[in-house]
Design a protein around this ligand. Structure first.
Ligand SMILES: C[S@@+](CC[C@H](N)C(=O)[O-])C[C@H]1O[C@@H](n2cnc3c(N)ncnc32)[C@H](O)[C@@H]1O
Length: 229
């Protein structure tokens, strides 16, 4: 597994429309995009991006010719992704809603996600507001666990899930869960990034919850790749 230098070199970030309340693409976005760059895509490859935000990663796949569907619970994100697709003249189907409801009954060759993964003192993730992009319950795994549970049914045989999340929310548990549903899973990339403002404001709670040690200032991001056998 390589420790990546995360760059936005492959992504036209300056051309992205990022309205207030929509997740601004950052290190985790680029790490997922880098992992995506290593996957083979053809015009027949059907891709689903769960939690598309601005559509940055989905558009990266669309620019390589894949047939891409993106889904997000946030209407603002849906509109941003549609605007960004129009601006870049790329075909992208953007659906509003929870991924499980919108992907039900469909199978994809590639499922991508940079889901909410920040541990939060609140027992349940928020149902509205910008925090929906990062807050994921006390262990940071509420959405990750749901994606793990649904991965096998969303993928075609041979299909691949690429999911990025924080080392703080137990990447090994993700690998175990995915393997438990019959997928071959491993970490394929990681990057160390400085704590952002959300983690910094939660320092006392994270330390008390045993998710961080005093003085921690760097977070490890991990991309898990899981293949349907
Ligand atoms: C960390 S942001 C990632 C955005 C974008 N993919 C990126 O990497 O820049 C997570 C996104 O997931 C969306 N989201 C959260 N829960 C979701 C769910 N259950 N179904 C679909 N989208 C969800 C949020 O609204 C947010 O846009």
């Amino acid at each position: 597994m390589s420790m990546a230098t995360v760059t936005s070199a492959r992504m036209p970030q300056n051309r992205l429309f990022v309205p207030p309340g929509v997740y601004r693409p950052q290190a985790d976005t680029w790490l997922l995009a880098d992992a995506l760059s290593r996957e083979e895509l053809t015009p027949e490859t059907e891709v689903l991006e769960i939690g598309t935000g601005t559509g940055a990663v989905a558009l990266h796949a669309a620019a390589r010719g894949a047939l891409v569907t993106a889904v997000d619970v946030s209407w603002r994100a849906v509109i941003a992704a549609r605007v960004n697709a129009l601006r870049q003249r790329l075909a992208l189907r953007v659906l509003h809603g929870d991924f499980a409801a919108r992907a039900r009954g469909q199978r994809f060759d590639l499922v991508l996600s940079n889901p909410p993964y920040v541990p939060s003192p609140h027992p349940r993730p928020p149902t509205r507001g910008a925090e929906r992009a990062w807050d994921a319950g006390p262990d940071g795994r509420v959405v990750i666990d749901r994606i793990c549970s649904d991965a096998a049914s969303m993928l075609r045989p041979g299909g691949v899930l690429l999911m990025v999340h924080s080392g703080m929310c137990d990447a090994r548990a993700t690998v175990r869960r995915l393997e438990g549903s019959g997928l071959a899973a491993r970490a394929v990339a990681c990057a160390r990034v400085p704590w952002g403002p959300v983690l910094r404001t939660r320092r006392a709670w994270l330390e008390e919850a045993g998710l961080a040690r005093a003085g921690d200032a760097w977070e490890e991001l991990v991309v898990i790749r899981a293949q349907h056998t």
